[in-house]
Design a protein around this ligand. Structure first.
Ligand SMILES: Cc1cc2nc3c(=O)[nH]c(=O)nc-3n(C[C@H](O)[C@H](O)[C@H](O)COP(=O)(O)O)c2cc1C
Length: 314
């Protein structure tokens, strides 16, 4: 027994500050049926021999299939595979009904779409508290350089992008200078740098002034005009898998922002609605400060130009 007694939910929250990729790990069960589970615990272990690991919850339906499997495959998901991640994070149903896949090493199903794929022979299975740690020896691998990987951080799906300081800091090096001149006038850079700097300024203020995390703000913003929302609909809107969304919702219930109308439905409270309004006002004040050097006409032009760009891109 450990002498620490952490609150499991708070401990999970601390762990979720470490961003990971998202994988679907696949194998066959004893009857030869395809089995798959969404996992973010995947990691590299060794280069020679080529070893990787992941861990499976002892409460998972597919535990015995993986514990006894001779082979398994790690499918690293790309940014467009949120639905696949949510599908393999569900329990019970036939998760392969909507998946397109073929047979890999040992007959193990391998997904047709991936950012990277590792076909493994089970190398060792270790005890790991309430999880089992599965180590695989990689027999084959492939990757798609053009597919951006899906990221999971703080319970939300995300995408990785270059750190803004990579391109913001001029240096004496002439190569960087050329890049600097190019990006200063490049639309994608301007849009991204503008968004990143604005949000880097706004999100800490939401936390400091209203004690609301970005995840909670995204939920409240959606509920301000629709006070009752199904968890499944919210999950798609705020890019949190249901299991993580429920955890965020539990914190919000504790803070008095929302209540469960029933186990599948969230309802905003008067306190939550008031908070949503203060948050919107805070966001509007920040926007006004950012645009204060522009005339009303310039602001309107800027917004309608951006809106027409978005329509064109859709
Ligand atoms: C992003 C994400 C990452 C997850 N990572 C893991 C993991 O590393 N290990 C695990 O056992 N479950 C993980 N889960 C939960 C399982 O996918 C989920 O419990 C699933 O229902 C298990 O399937 P099964 O019960 O059919 O075996 C994760 C879920 C999500 C959404």
């Amino acid at each position: 027994m450990s002498d620490t007694a952490f609150d499991p939910r708070d401990f999970r929250r601390a762990l979720s500050q470490f961003p990971t990729g998202v994988t679907v790990i696949t194998t066959l069960d004893a009857e030869g049926n395809p089995v798959g589970v969404t996992a973010s615990s995947f990691n590299s272990v060794s280069i020679e021999p080529a070893l990787v690991l992941w861990s499976i919850d002892k409460g998972a339906h597919s535990l015995s299939a993986f514990e006894n499997a001779k082979y398994f495959a790690v499918n690293v998901l790309g940014r467009d595979q949120v639905t696949t991640s949510n599908n393999f994070a569900s329990r019970g149903e036939d998760k392969f009904a909507n998946a397109s896949y073929s047979e890999g090493l040992g007959g193990v199903p391998v997904l047709d779409d991936y950012a990277a794929q590792f076909e493994c022979k089970t190398w060792a299975v270790y005890e790991g508290g309430d999880h089992l740690i599965l180590v695989g020896e990689v027999a084959k691998y492939r990757y798609a350089d053009t597919v951006e990987p899906l990221v999971f951080a703080r319970g939300s799906y995300a995408i990785s992008s270059q750190h803004p300081e990579m391109i913001n800091k001029p240096s004496g090096d002439s190569g960087t200078q050329i890049e600097g001149d190019f990006v200063k006038d490049y639309l994608l850079y301007l849009l991204r740098a503008g968004y990143q700097r604005f949000s880097a300024n706004l999100y800490p203020k939401l936390q400091q002034e209203c004690d609301v995390s970005p995840e909670e703000w995204r939920i409240l913003a959606r509920m301000a005009n629709n006070p009752t929302q199904k968890i499944s609909d919210l999950s798609a809107m705020v890019m949190q898998p249901e299991v993580a969304l429920r955890e965020t919702a539990d914190w919000m219930v504790e803070k008095g922002m929302v209540v469960y109308a029933d186990p599948q439905t969230l309802q905003v409270t008067d306190k939550g609605a008031e908070l949503a309004l203060s948050l919107q006002n805070l966001a509007l004040r920040e926007e006004a400060a950012l645009l204060s050097h522009l005339s009303d006409e310039q602001t309107a032009d800027l917004k309608s130009t951006l809106q027409s760009l978005l329509e064109k891109l859709d």
